[in-house]
Ligand binder design. Structure first.
Ligand SMILES: Nc1ncnc2c1ncn2[C@@H]1O[C@H](COP(=O)(O)OP(=O)(O)OP(=O)(O)O)[C@@H](O)[C@H]1O
Ligand SMILES: [Mg+2]
Length: 290
């Protein structure tokens, strides 16, 4: 029997492109909130989408998840027009992690929660338990499987929703503000999970976020900046980190270590653990003040 990563690789070989967004325009009311959006996501790509509040990040993710339909333009998922894909095919190809980890959780145990999507896809119980165990092992939540979702910490709940989103081996994982509410150490763990999913399961990943900390943690990703509904930057995260004006010109802050390094005239890589250090100092201060 093939293991999960072999199946994921075989599955991904079916598509030339994971996603093609071709000149998409979207409006909720009178004004377009997304304009002229074109993007290509290849196998194993990690894209980080940033932009000021209200710039259209969540709307874009919802369009890619087939939740919203653009008024103009086309979206192709695995070379097929998303409009003609059946709901079940969409579920099969996609994992969507909502900004609020509790949003989709409603089953009595974590196991049932994760099994729910797989049962809806008509997958047999043996494969379901094998897949759940395999992904839960990767994400280090095997001990939580019998627990009620409502007893989890935020960081645990986030790993559960990620497990639910990937247990069926999606081609594309969409995550909206996945690090909101996570402390620096949990963010680092989250990034390890993302990297593992990408390399072990071959999943292409799109993360919409305000969180600049994760840029220095996944510096081999691609960065897309949206401002007022339009893509204003598309390139390598590394290049943006070496040119922080890309952030400030678009009403965003550069990661704190990048800003400090640029004032000191040194490379941000020399300050890579700066945020972690600040977190440790804050913890120490907290414990001294108690
Ligand atoms: N259901 C809705 N009806 C009307 N307008 C909406 C709706 N949802 C979002 N908008 C508007 O669309 C624009 C883009 O919103 P969106 O949520 O995509 O932005 P965002 O970049 O994700 O913002 P944030 O950083 O705050 O999460 C905003 O002007 C927002 O007010
Ligand atoms: Mg949003």
């Amino acid at each position: 029997m093939r293991n999960l990563s072999e199946e994921a690789n075989a599955y991904q070989n079916v598509c030339n492109h994971v996603v093609i967004v071709d000149d998409v325009w979207f409006k909720y009311e009178e004004e377009y909130v997304l304009k002229r959006i074109s993007l290509k996501i290849e196998k194993r790509d990690i894209h980080i989408v940033m932009g000021p509040n209200g710039s259209g990040k969540s709307t874009l993710l919802k369009i890619l998840a087939g939740i919203l339909k653009p008024q103009k333009g086309r979206v192709y998922l695995c070379d097929r027009d998303i409009d003609v894909l059946a709901r079940r095919d969409l579920t099969k190809y996609l994992g969507y992690v909502h900004q609020n980890p509790w949003f989709y959780i409603f089953n009595p145990t974590i196991y049932e929660e994760v099994a729910f999507t797989l049962r809806n896809l008509g997958i047999d119980e043996n494969t379901i338990s094998k897949n759940i165990l395999e992904v839960a092992t990767e994400l280090d939540i095997v001990d939580l499987l019998d627990r009620s979702p409502f007893t989890l910490s935020e960081g645990e709940a986030r790993r559960v929703v990620i497990t639910s989103a990937v247990a069926h081996k999606p081609l594309l994982l969409l995550m909206d503000e996945p690090t909101a509410g996570l402390d620096y150490n949990l963010k680092k763990r989250f990034v390890d999970i993302i990297k593992k999913l990408n390399t072990v399961f071959g999943t292409a990943i799109i993360i919409a976020t305000h969180d600049t900390d994760i840029l220095t943690m996944i510096d081999n990703a691609k960065l897309v900046i949206i401002n007022k509904g339009e893509i204003v930057y598309r390139g390598e995260v590394k290049d943006a980190l070496n040119n922080p004006k890309i952030f400030t010109n678009n009403n965003l802050s550069a990661p704190v270590e990048v800003e400090i390094a640029s004032r000191l005239g040194i490379s941000w890589r020399e300050l890579i653990n700066f945020n972690g250090l600040l977190f440790e100092v804050a913890k120490l201060r907290g414990s001294l003040c108690r």
